[in-house]
Design a protein around this ligand. Structure first.
Ligand SMILES: Nc1nc2c(c(=O)[nH]1)N[C@H]1C(S)=C(S)[C@@H](COP(=O)(O)OP(=O)(O)OC[C@H]3O[C@@H](n4cnc5c(=O)[nH]c(N)nc54)[C@H](O)[C@@H]3O)O[C@H]1N2
Ligand SMILES: Nc1nc2c(c(=O)[nH]1)N[C@H]1C(S)=C(S)[C@@H](COP(=O)(O)OP(=O)(O)OC[C@H]3O[C@@H](n4cnc5c(=O)[nH]c(N)nc54)[C@H](O)[C@@H]3O)O[C@H]1N2
Ligand SMILES: [Mo]
Length: 814
């Protein structure tokens, strides 16, 4: 039976809707953020903390992955960055006493908002099988419990290791090593639900799974298309860059089903003009597209460019196409064959308007397309993004200034985590380098992504679940299925800063390992440590927290992982190799007798010998060798390993010194080299797809409000959209409200319809009249994740279709 979603914290009676904002940011945003900061941190700590965000030698803002401008304002002010910081730097604490006071049953009755408001976790805790309360446990015992559970598995593929995108490069690198050392590639991450479709489409067409532009390119672009993204809320610092681009003469086309405030007008709180005047018009053109209509839009643009080129010439970059691409002819044939009326039906935009946008592209000297979740979370997301690439290739808009692809990443280090090897389908190149560096053999068989991991737990083929940050229960689709899946496993382990639903919906046993966040000072081995992160534009820089950690004996993510590695693999301390066989608990380690690997405990170290341990099922498996304690004491040593394994990190330490930035190589951007099979960029021919909405139903997109960070809810307002005091609202076109027989303010259940016939229901949503295309609706995540069917995923990338859920509305009895 599914756990009822917590209701106590929901009070829909108080929801009210006021005028939608037409301007984003400005002074009210500053005041709002300062209020939240002071509630969480007090005045002194607020000032101390906010002044250090994104400054050289300060800490990287945990808010988003948008790059810093080279010349930063003193504390370039970002409302939602400030909220993210306050959430972490809060002075509230969740102590062992808290857990003694609140039973697990009681905690399960609360939602993510209440849980998050309780403060920072301070002490390792364990929930024993059948226990009513979490109890405190020492670090040593907690980590031993984790290692023991991993060792006890029949097969390493029975363990799942999730990562959210805040984890530093150093922690991520060690973590993937731990997982591969254990013998599995089960490394699902938040990317699977986020930009996986971008990675799939870009790797295939451009040979790199990341964007190809720098911040300077944004400033220099002639045309910026911003599709499926709400930067005013989710990437506020991007607005400064867009403003600069406009000052340099760029035009901006916003493509969105909703008229998001910041896309229309923007007040920069850093400038007098922004503070005092009415702000700046950002978008020159707003395309109110139907959900899932973007593939059609980009096909329309391509079709128009091809038509005009054929008629008049001078549109396409034939030299670029000839020299640097393959597949042009089939692509051209595909879009030539699509009738305009179909493109109009899919987008909901008249042909004239489609051609007007295409004309902007035709006459632009350099074009960048930016996108986020509005493009990646659809069934045909990969095809859509391939068609984005096609359009850019037509005019040679890759690898020259002011042009390229710009997937705007979410979590502040989600891109870095992938670079570090947090990926269930690692490349052979990466694994071979890892093998060499750590003298072992990493597993080659691909692991589970997020959706597959849920299936594995549901079906009983996974028994241990560990999460490096994040909130797996609330962030993943099909909440009831996921909750049941997690309750099915033997042990769940959460490495976290704050309490969330994933700590209360657990396996038979559960462990909480509290950890340091970005803002916390991290002293290890007597020295203050830095970590590094990579932003959305492949720039790597260091981050150093300044605040006193929430409690004295907190471990960093690096320390937690290093200690589990030491337990599992034994230490390769200094030049001496000592498997941990003297430790009582290590009796369980299935190391073969020392002679098996040619090492005797008193023998001198054998350099770079594979240490093998025999798995219970008889498969010999080598383990990575490193001096884990030394890595924990000095993160620079981890960076040395990173430099040895991952291309582009040579002289890593020097290149990040004194706040410097290391720019990772980017073939398409640097010299138009494409790491595809042919060495060329690839045009693809993609049959047009768009969602079909059955009669009497709505297509629902699930989005973020202005007062949340993914599953972390800061408050119950969505200021720019004019919604206040509640989150269970459904934004619907007024004509659809009427057609479906409702009036604004009616309370309805949303019932999702999927081919498996299971009933998925989200209860008690208030209908709000809103500007969105006919047939389309919007509501907030994570309250609506219960509606997203686990098997409804994007082709190729496997990303849940969070922006495309078919629902019917059922009236609640008053
Ligand atoms: N403050 C704050 N910042 C954040 C986050 C947060 O929760 N809060 N989350 C972070 C993370 S992990 C991510 S991934 C990013 C997310 O950043 P966004 O992608 O901006 O986040 P969403 O709220 O999912 O918004 C999706 C946008 O796409 C539009 N959209 C939906 N479907 C379609 C479609 O079919 N076509 C088009 N053209 N548009 C569509 C929606 O109307 C909405 O404007 O933000 C990051 N930054
Ligand atoms: N329906 C629907 N579902 C979605 C989406 C959607 O648009 N619609 N978006 C998807 C996207 S884009 C993403 S990225 C995922 C997000 O999925 P996740 O990344 O799993 O979720 P978050 O809410 O960001 O995780 C917040 C938790 O991370 C922990 N945390 C915060 N900072 C740190 C840290 O520094 N270290 C550690 N160890 N823990 C920390 C805290 O305990 C906090 O409660 O959700 C996805 N799910
Ligand atoms: Mo994301």
């Amino acid at each position: 039976m599914a756990l009822k979603p917590p209701k106590a914290d929901i009070d829909e009676a108080r929801v009210h809707v006021s005028g939608r904002k037409k301007v984003a940011v400005g002074v009210p945003a500053v005041l709002h953020a300062l209020k939240i900061s002071q509630e969480q941190m007090g005045v002194k700590r607020s000032i101390q903390t906010l002044l250090a965000v994104n400054q050289k030698d300060g800490f990287d803002c945990p808010g988003c992955a948008w790059p810093e401008e080279e010349k930063r304002h003193i504390a370039e002010f970002c409302e939602n960055g400030a909220k993210a910081v306050a959430e972490e730097a809060t002075i509230r604490r969740v102590t062992p006493e808290f857990f003694a006071e609140h039973s697990i049953d009681e905690l399960r009755g609360h939602d993510d908002w209440w849980l998050g408001q309780q403060g920072r976790l301070t002490h390792p805790m364990i929930l024993d099988e059948g226990a009513t309360h979490y109890r405190p446990i020492s670090w040593d015992d907690a980590l031993r419990e984790v290692a023991d559970a991993l060792r006890a598995l029949d097969d390493p593929n029975e363990a799942i290791f999730y990562t959210s995108g805040r984890t530093s490069n150093e922690a991520a690198f060690l973590y993937q090593l731990l997982v591969r050392g254990l013998g599995t590639n089960n490394l699902p991450d938040c990317s699977n639900m986020c930009h996986e479709s971008s990675g799939s489409a870009l790797t295939e067409t451009l040979g790199i799974g990341k964007g190809t532009v720098s911040i300077e390119d944004i400033h220099q672009a002639d045309l910026l298309i911003i599709a499926g993204q709400n930067p005013g809320t989710n990437h506020p610092r991007m607005l400064s860059a867009l403003e600069k681009a406009k000052d340099n003469g760029a035009s901006i086309v916003a493509v969105n089903p909703l008229p998001e405030a910041a896309l229309i007008r923007y007040k920069n709180p850093q400038t007098p003009r922004g503070v005092l005047l009415g702000g700046k018009k950002l978008a020159d053109e707003f395309v109110q597209i139907r959900l899932g209509g973007d593939q059609a839009l980009f096909q329309a643009i391509g079709k128009h460019l091809l038509e005009v080129d054929e008629r008049e010439g001078g549109v396409l970059d034939h030299v670029f196409i000839q020299e640097h691409t393959t597949g042009f002819a089939p692509y051209a044939a595909e879009v030539a064959a699509v009738p305009w009326r179909e493109l109009v039906a899919a987008t909901g935009v008249p042909e004239k308007a489609l051609r007007r946008v295409a004309e902007r592209v035709r006459t632009s000297k350099s074009t960048i397309v930016c996108w986020a979740m509005g493009l990646t979370q659809h069934k045909h997301a990969v095809a859509t993004l391939r068609d984005v690439v096609n359009v850019l290739l037509l005019q040679g808009n890759i690898g020259r200034p002011g042009a390229g692809v710009c997937p705007v990443r979410g979590h502040s280090n989600v891109q870095g985590d992938r670079t570090m090897g947090i990926y269930e389908k690692p490349s052979e190149h990466f694994l071979a380098a890892l093998d060499r560096e750590f003298a072992f053999t990493a597993p080659r068989e691909h692991g589970h992504d997020t959706v597959e991991a849920i299936r594995a737990m549901r079906d009983g083929s996974a028994r241990v679940f560990m999460a490096m940050g994040g909130n797996f229960v609330s962030a993943t689709p099909d909440t009831n299925v996921v909750e049941a899946a997690l309750r099915n496993v033997d042990l769940t382990v959460q490495v976290s800063t704050k309490l969330n639903r994933s700590h209360v919906v657990t396996g038979k046993r559960a462990i909480i390992l509290p950890t340091l966040g970005r803002t916390d000072r991290d002293v290890r081995g007597g020295g203050e440590q830095r970590v590094t992160v990579e932003d959305s534009m492949s720039a790597v820089h260091s981050s150093r927290g300044r605040l006193v950690p929430p409690s004295a004996d907190m471990l960093s993510e690096v320390a937690i992982v290093a200690r589990i590695c030491a337990q599992l693999f034994g230490s390769d301390a200094g030049s001496h190799f000592e498997p941990q066989i003297d430790d009582e608990s290590a009796v369980d380690v299935d190391f073969d007798q020392p002679e098996h690997v040619g090492i005797q405990s008193d023998a001198p170290a054998v350099e770079r010998t594979h240490l093998e341990r025999r798995e219970p099922h008889g498969r010999p498996q080598s383990v990575p060798r490193a001096d884990w304690a030394a890595l924990e004491a000095d993160y620079a040593l981890i960076r040395r390993h990173i430099a040895a394994v991952i291309p582009g990190f040579d002289d890593f330490e020097q290149r990040i010194e004194k706040g410097r930035t290391l720019f990772l190589p980017n073939g398409p951007r640097d010299d138009r080299s494409f790491a595809t099979a042919t060495g060329k960029a690839v045009f693809t021919a993609n049959p047009l797809e768009y969602p079909f909405i059955p009669h009497g139903r709505l297509l629902l997109q699930t989005i973020r409000s202005h007062d949340q960070y993914n599953t972390t809810i800061y408050g119950k307002d969505d200021r720019y959209r004019g919604i206040h005091g509640g989150r269970r609202v459904l934004m619907v076109n007024p004509k659809d409200i009427q057609k479906l027989g409702f009036v604004e303010g009616d309370i309805v259940d949303l019932v999702s319809e999927w081919r498996d016939g299971l009933e998925r229901r989200a209860e008690e949503f208030r209908i709000v009249s809103y500007s969105t295309p006919r047939g389309n609706a919007a509501a907030y995540y994570p309250e609506t994740n219960v509606l997203v069917p686990l098997d409804s995923t994007a082709d190729i990338s496997g990303t849940p279709t969070s922006k495309s859920v078919i629902v019917r509305l059922e009236r609640r009895a008053a």
